[in-house]
Design a protein around this ligand. Structure first.
Ligand SMILES: Cc1cc2nc3c(=O)[nH]c(=O)nc-3n(C[C@H](O)[C@H](O)[C@H](O)COP(=O)(O)OP(=O)(O)OC[C@H]3O[C@@H](n4cnc5c(N)ncnc54)[C@H](O)[C@@H]3O)c2cc1C
Length: 355
C-alpha cells in the first residue's frame, strides 16, 4: 500500500509528484503548513497551477533569484543598503518622506515602500496612526500562516531514484518541540544539481511547530540549542527507520525553528507565508484585493506577502512562462524600474525547473 493511500489528497499529490516533482515540491510546502480547512482548495490550486504551467522551482533555490534581481536593480542605478534595520517611517504632514535606521541614519525619498512584515510596518514603524476598520480587521481576524520547523540534512547518499517527497507514518508518534507528529514528510532536492555534490543529497523535513514554545526556549541559549539538537536526533532516527544506514551518512545538519524565521525576516510569529488561507480569509477577501496603501498617508505603499496573499512568485513565474517578457511575446504594461528588473532577471538569469 502506498504510504499515503489513507489520505486521498496526499495520494493524488504523490501521483502528480511522479510526473512533476518540482512543482509538487513548491505546492506541498503550502499544503503541509497551510490551513487544513481549505486543503481541498489548495489541492485544486496546485493542480490548476500545474495545468497552466505556472508552478515551478528556481534552480539553485531562491538566493540566485534574489541576487539576479539585486544585480539588475544596481545596474539600473539603484542603491541597496544591507544590514540596515528600519525603526521608523518618517512622516511629515501625513506624507511619508523617508525612513530612520536603527543606527540613527535617516534616508529620504519621494516614496516609501515597505516590503517588511505588515504588522510591524503598520503598528510599529508607523505607530498605528494610519488605520481604518478594514485594515484593523485584517490584523485582528486573519490568521498568519503556521509556524514551522525545518530540519535540513546534507547526506552522503544519492536519493535521486527515491520519490522527491514522501509522507510516511511513524511507528510511534514523536514530539518535535511540543508538537505531536504521527507522520513526517521528507523531501530531497536531487532534481536540482546545485544543491549537493554528485552522489550526495539534501533532505528536508518540514512540520508544524509551536512559536510560543520555541520563543520560550530561546530565552536560554543552551536550552534552545539542546532542543534543536534533540529535534535533529529524532528526525534522523525516524529517517533511519525509513532509510536504513542514513544516520551514519549525515554530514550536515541545520534546524530552523519559528524564531529562526522571525530573526531572519521579522515576520510576525515567524509566519512562513503571510496570511494562512482560511475560509474566513477567503470570504473577507472575496472579490477585492488587500489595500496596499494606508488611509490618510500619502507617498506610502506596502508590498509583499502581507498585502499580496498567495505566492507572488507564482505570478512572476506565470509572466515568464506565458511569454510576457521582452522578446518573448506580448508585454504587459510596465512602468519600468522594478517590473523591468524583474522581467529581465527572469529572462536572463534564472533557470527554472519546469513542470
Ligand atoms: C522555509 C520556507 C520555505 C518556503 N517555501 C516556499 C515555496 O516553496 N514557494 C513559495 O512560493 N513560497 C515559499 N515560502 C514563502 C515565501 O518565502 C514568502 O512568502 C516570501 O519570501 C515573502 O516575500 P516578502 O518579500 O513578502 O517577505 P520576506 O521574504 O519576509 O522579506 C521581507 C524582508 O524585509 C526585511 N525586513 C523586515 N523588517 C525590516 C525592517 N524593520 N527593516 C529593514 N528590513 C526589514 C526582512 O529582513 C526580509 O528580508 C517559504 C517560506 C519559508 C520560510
Amino acid at each position: 500500500m502506498s504510504p499515503c493511500a489513507s489520505s486521498p489528497n496526499a495520494f493524488v499529490i504523490l501521483c502528480c509528484a511522479r510526473r512533476c516533482p518540482s512543482s509538487f515540491n513548491l505546492r506541498l510546502q503550502l499544503l503541509g503548513a497551510g490551513a487544513r480547512e481549505v486543503q481541498s482548495l489548495l489541492l485544486l490550486i496546485t493542480l490548476a497551477a500545474m495545468n497552466d504551467r505556472e508552478a515551478g522551482y528556481p534552480i539553485g533555490g531562491s538566493l540566485p533569484l534574489a541576487q539576479e534581481l539585486a544585480q539588475r536593480y544596481l545596474a539600473l542605478g539603484g542603491e541597496i543598503t544591507y544590514r540596515a534595520r528600519v525603526v521608523k517611517v518618517l512622516v511629515e504632514n501625513d506624507q511619508a518622506v523617508g525612513v530612520r535606521l536603527e543606527n540613527g541614519r535617516e534616508l529620504r525619498g519621494d516614496l516609501v515602500i515597505s516590503a517588511a512584515d505588515g504588522r510591524s510596518t503598520i503598528f510599529d514603524l508607523l505607530e498605528g496612526r494610519y488605520l481604518n476598520d478594514t485594515i484593523r480587521a485584517y490584523y485582528r481576524d486573519l490568521v498568519p500562516s503556521k509556524s514551522i520547523l525545518q530540519v535540513s540534512l546534507g547526506v552522503a547518499r544519492d536519493f535521486s531514484t527515491e520519490p522527491p517527497a514522501l509522507s510516511f507514518p511513524l511507528p510511534q508518534p514523536i514530539y518535535l518541540g511540543n508538537v505531536r507528529h504521527e507522520r513526517l514528510v521528507a523531501k530531497h532536492y536531487c532534481f536540482d544539481p546545485t544543491m549537493a555534490p554528485p552522489g550526495k543529497s539534501v533532505l528536508t523535513v518540514w512540520c508544524e511547530a509551536d512559536y510560543d514554545y520555541w520563543q520560550s526556549m530561546r530565552v536560554h541559549r543552551a536550552h534552545y540549542r539542546a532542543a534543536k539538537e534533540l529535534v535533529a536526533q529524532q528526525v534522523i532516527a525516524a529517517l533511519e527507520r525509513r532509510y536504513p544506514g542514513l544516520a551514519t551518512q549525515v554530514e550536515v545538519v541545520d534546524v530552523a525553528t519559528p524564531v529562526t524565521y522571525e530573526r531572519y525576516t521579522d515576520n510576525w510569529r515567524g509566519a512562513f507565508a503571510g496570511w494562512a488561507l482560511t475560509t474566513r480569509k477567503m470570504s473577507m477577501m472575496m472579490g477585492r484585493a488587500m489595500s496596499k496603501t494606508l488611509p490618510g498617508l500619502s507617498g506610502f505603499y506596502m508590498i509583499g506577502q502581507w498585502v499580496e496573499p498567495t505566492s507572488s512568485f507564482r505570478r512572476l513565474w506565470s509572466r515568464c512562462h506565458q511569454g510576457h517578457l521582452p522578446g518573448h511575446g506580448p508585454s504587459l504594461p510596465r512602468s519600468g524600474g522594478l517590473n523591468a528588473a524583474v522581467d529581465a532577471s527572469l529572462a536572463d538569469g534564472c533557470r527554472m525547473g519546469r513542470p
